[in-house]
Design a protein around this ligand. Structure first.
Ligand SMILES: Nc1ncnc2c1ncn2[C@@H]1O[C@H](COP(=O)(O)OP(=O)(O)O)[C@@H](O)[C@H]1O
Ligand SMILES: [Mg+2]
Length: 259
């Protein structure tokens, strides 16, 4: 029976889609049955991050409105370890989608998967309501900027209102050089602003940008720093205790001291 994990943020462009693609790919590679749902109606791009844009014909609204059976809309990607993917409609906004029916559809998938992950739209409006309403757990993605951290804290409060109490923080695009120079807020400051436990930190890595172009999540290149970080976070999602020595050596040590 799957658990439903929504990937959310306040601010846009912080790495929700990148995170969904990488965690999903990593979990599928570990042998879990994973369904990724693009919850960003109108601005979908998870298909591109996964390199599946050519395969998309139907989307989740087609299932909700009975235009096709679920198996016609869910795409299987053999090269990503049997990962399944369900796209979002492009010409419909989150406001037009019935949240209760979306949750019903997601619940219908539960018996067939271990993890269902929803790549949420930015903000705390309709797309958020849809993804939060269907979730058991959530990962809030933030970048080391004051605006992003403050928005993430507001998202944490909203998640609680939706009854999502198991919430984690993922800090993305960390640049240790900038933090050292004082040009970027440090991890302690972020953790103080966003009062939820940290699940991991992902460094700024040019490999991520390339991976979005090639449609091969960076986690499939385990030598990259971001790939390693996402692999560790995927293990933490499954409840495994992952040693953090490597991150510590890279200067993220303070991250994990405060739980
Ligand atoms: N760790 C990272 N290092 C470098 N670039 C990143 C990283 N994470 C995300 N990006 C880039 O930032 C942009 C926004 O990421 P995306 O995952 O689409 O954010 P969101 O879904 O929150 O809008 C993309 O161009 C992506 O390639
Ligand atoms: Mg996105």
């Amino acid at each position: 029976m799957a658990e439903v994990l929504s990937i959310v943020s306040g601010k846009g462009g912080v790495g929700k889609t990148t995170t969904t693609a990488n965690l999903g790919t990593a979990l599928a590679a570990m042998g879990y049955k994973v369904l990724l749902i693009d919850g960003d109606a109108g601005l979908r791009n998870l298909d591109i991050a996964l390199g599946m844009q050519e395969q998309v014909v139907y989307h989740f609204l087609d299932i909700m409105e009975h235009h096709c059976p679920p198996e016609n809309a869910v795409i299987t990607d053999e090269k990503h370890g049997g990962l399944r993917f369900l796209s979002a409609p492009q010409d419909v906004s989150g406001a037009e989608i019935d949240k209760a029916r979306f949750k019903q559809m997601v619940d219908g998938f539960r018996p067939y998967y271990d993890y269902i992950m929803i790549d949420c739209a930015a903000g705390i409006d309709d797309g958020f309501a849809m993804a939060a309403g269907a979730a058991d757990r959530a990962i809030i993605v933030a970048t080391p900027e004051l605006i992003s951290a403050r928005d993430a804290d507001r998202v944490a409060a909203r998640l609680e209102a939706y009854g999502v109490t198991e919430v984690f923080l993922l800090i993305n695009r960390i640049r240790v050089d900038m933090i050292k120079k004082g040009d970027m807020i440090d991890i302690d400051t972020i953790i103080n602003i966003v009062a939820v436990p940290l699940i991991g930190a992902v460094p700024e890595d040019a490999g991520v940008i390339t991976s979005n172009i090639t449609g091969t999540p960076v986690v499939l290149q385990p030598k990259t720093r971001a790939g390693k970080a996402y692999l560790n976070i995927a293990k933490r999602v499954t409840g495994r205790k992952v040693p953090i020595a490597r991150e510590e050596k890279r200067g993220f040590g303070r991250l994990f001291r405060r739980k």
